[in-house]
Ligand binder design. Sequence first.
Ligand SMILES: [Zn+2]
Length: 441
Amino acid sequence: MIPKTPLEDWIAAKISVPAPLTRELLQEYQLKKIRQTLALVKSKSAFYRRQLRGIDPERITDFESFAKLPFTTHLDLRHNSRLFVCSGLAEIERIVTLQSSGTTGRPKRIYFTRVDQELTIDFFDYGMRSLVTAADRVMILLPCRPQGSVGDLLQKGLRRLQAVPLPYGPVFDVQDAIAFAVRNGATALVGIPTHVLAMARRPGGEALRGQIKNVLLSTDQVPQAICRVLEEKWDCRVFNHYGMTEMGLGGGVQCAALRGYHLREADLYVEIIDPETGEPLPDGQSGEIVFTTLTRTGMPLIRYRTGDLSRFLTDKCPCGTVLRSLELVKNRIGEAVRIENETFSLADLDEKLFALEGVLDFLAEIRETKTGKELHIGIKSLETSCLSTNSVLEALLAVPALKKIYPEKIKILVSINEQEITTSRGTAKRIIVRQGGQPSA
Ligand SMILES: [Zn+2]
């Protein structure tokens, strides 16, 4: 029997409806909050005052009419984030600056009030109940400083559910992180996939088997091969979280059924749209994730295009919730590499390469040369691994697209390195690098 996601009762309480929650009650609430948010941004945000000119919030009485409103893009935010702010600057508690993933481009700035931060803490409190209880000691391998950072808000959420947070930060010294987890009796970990993978695969990591019961992976698209390695090495459950700063850090989390993410539907209205036409897509079809904030006060966002691809699962989650399930995000728009008629993405490489014993991380780069295209794979491996370039090549050729175009249309060059190739990367997004340093997304 799989317990129902704790998010459902939390949402029912948040929107003050008697249990059981129904989709009709939730949708009625979402439409009401959409109208309130539209009225707020039209009166307070210089950007939306212009963007939504002529729109009467009171006439948005169904999701179809809402779906006719224009999108907000990351370019709008980069152009001038300040135009989105709806509260007085004195009420802003934290501003997060997100640098462009490209070599050019202005940063995005996301503004949060104390009320906004409280919403995130509340989500972390209930979202974490999917995997931890008051008996747990939770090591946080995410940035825990400054105040208002994701790790700081997570600590506050964990304290509310009476669990003990163990703030640590991103992993730069794996042995130190393992020793910290052992010394402090961590029973759960929250971190970035490759950081937690290194703790499981490095010598000494086996000490955590039997001690770590649950892991939550966040920040990037989560390679499922890493989840399988952690489950096997530590005999633990591995949960995935989806979120981004623009969403208010947290977005959704898997329940114990470990299928799609259940979303914080009282705070976010999520749509899937056709990235080409902008039309909303029915449940089950894949497209771009678009969200609208329902409760944020500092910088509400209307129909914000995330660039992430997913779909709503159509079958009911085994946990029995009325909340929707968003399929795990694997790809971003424009990220896939297309050669002839074949495409592959970082997620395809992830699933094959992380499954190889001894792989800790890798860099992938596409280079254009006089003699054609080259895929360079730099593997960071354990010193003790007997990984060969041949076994890596063999794993890569299990990606159907690569199998079809290799070796005529693409050369594959593999190097295996025991040095730290990624420590400087910290929490940055993983991507397939295009020649010249231009990222693919
Ligand atoms: Zn569920």
